[in-house]
Design a protein around this ligand. Structure first.
Ligand code: ADP
Ligand code: MG
Length: 390
């Protein structure tokens, strides 16, 4: 798979798939971080005198035009940030839009209207993909968040190009979530948490084979504890995952992976945080955070690790009373890179927690993708990345 710097971009016309799916509030851009994140790839192409055609989705218009989900405000912000004009076409595949692209001169930028105003986009329609392909001579995909989906703008269209590569954001995700973990510096420790096991099954399966330690906290730990025969009170339980949990516990034992579960937890006792040992939970107790002894053990394991992957908070971190476990584990993970190790964060809530604690600068990598990062971490090939192979 090629990277941006492997392409000959000089004086060519680049068709670029970006993730400009910004959060909106009352019709305004609430946060422009996705637009800012796309700038390095755009600026790199501009530095090579390329003309650029940009396509993106915004929200879920479901195949119909919706004024509130127009990319016009995104184009304005982009123009402000780049300090240059941005041409705009109100359809991504109209003959007029394609004509504008074909007449672009070096250094000019053309933004296409929301791809998802056409249902053909998410259906990966071949005709639609072909029309998109007329916009450029070279194709660059820098939209990691949708890379686990096979859509026209990231799979169908890519197949029309010989000259294609991933953008700089995608390259970073690929480096950390794929490369680093193929031959990780060891010990490799995986820290898992969050509400549900089901969304993370494949990921757990992969790391039981390849990790040295697996630390499980958060809501999902209680299904594992129950599978071991522990009385978990009214803590979160995924009944339908009990047999999988049992299987994973057994596999971990066979593979010699250390799979650690909480030994104590925090429960809500009349709106006060109360610590209980895991084997002392009574039917009304609901574990909402890991307790101090678990924090101590988990921190120690993280301290000894060279590579740490973290996915899912250790407790209901949205509530001040139950944030401590997530915060302390996050703090320990933030020190891994100081010792020359790697810390990789995946998952929307874990990333949000890192940001809330102001620790993002101390992490080696915080993934921008939800589903895409889970799948890449699980060792799967993402359709949009496969489509970039030449
Ligand atoms: P991520 O987005 O990082 O992958 P998840 O979406 O899987 O994480 O899980 C995040 C949610 O898990 C949070 O809303 C948090 O409140 C919840 N959670 C964590 N621990 C518990 C627990 N012990 N009981 C119930 N919910 C929990
Ligand atoms: Mg989440």
């Amino acid at each position: 798979m090629r990277k941006l710097k492997d392409l000959n971009l000089t004086n060519t016309r680049v068709l670029m798939r970006l993730d400009l799916n910004v959060p909106l509030q009352n019709g305004r851009i609430a946060d422009d971080f996705r637009i800012r994140a796309a700038l390095p790839t755009i600026e790199y192409c501009l530095s090579r005198n390329a003309a650029i055609v940009i396509m993106s989705h915004l929200g879920r218009p479901g195949g119909i035009y919706q004024n509130e989900l127009s990319l016009v405000p995104v184009g304005e912000t982009l123009s402000d940030l780049l300090e240059c004009p941005v041409k705009f076409s109100d359809s991504c595949v109209s003959p007029d839009a394609i004509a504008v692209s074909k007449e672009l001169r070096s250094g000019e930028i053309h933004l296409l209207e929301n791809l998802r105003f056409f249902e053909e986009e998410t259906e990966n329609d071949i005709r639609f993909a072909e029309k998109l392909s007329y916009h450029g001579k070279v194709y660059v995909n820098d939209a990691f968040g949708t890379a686990h989906r096979a859509h026209a703008s990231n799979v169908g269209v890519a197949e029309k190009f010989q000259e294609k590569a991933m953008g700089l954001l995608m390259e970073r995700e690929w480096e950390y979530l794929h490369h680093t973990l193929k031959e990780p510096a060891r010990p490799l420790t995986i820290v898992l948490g969050g509400a549900k096991i089901s969304g993370k099954l494949e990921l757990i399966g992969r790391f039981i084979r390849s990790a040295d330690n697996i630390l499980i906290g958060g809501g999902m730990s209680f299904t594992f504890l129950k599978a071991k025969g522990v009385e978990i009170g009214s803590s979160l339980l995924q009944e339908d995952m009990l047999s999988s949990a049992r299987l994973y516990l057994l596999r971990a034992e066979q593979k010699g992976a250390k799979l650690l579960l909480p030994v104590d937890c925090a429960v809500d006792n009349n709106s006060i945080r109360k610590i209980i040992m895991i084997d002392q939970l009574s039917p009304n107790d609901k574990g909402l955070d890991i307790g101090p002894e678990t924090i101590r053990i988990f921190r120690e394991m993280i301290r000894q690790s060279k590579t740490v992957v973290w996915n899912g908070p250790m407790g209901v971190y949205e509530d001040k009373k139950f944030v401590l476990g997530t915060q302390e584990i996050c703090e320990e993970i933030s020190k891994v890179s100081d010792r020359g190790g790697q810390s990789i964060i995946g998952g929307g809530d874990s990333a949000a927690a890192v940001r809330a604690f102001g620790m993002e600068q101390s992490m080696s990598h915080i993934s921008t993708g939800g589903g895409a990062s889970l799948e890449l971490l699980a060792g799967r090939t993402l359709p949009a990345l496969r489509a970039l192979e030449v």
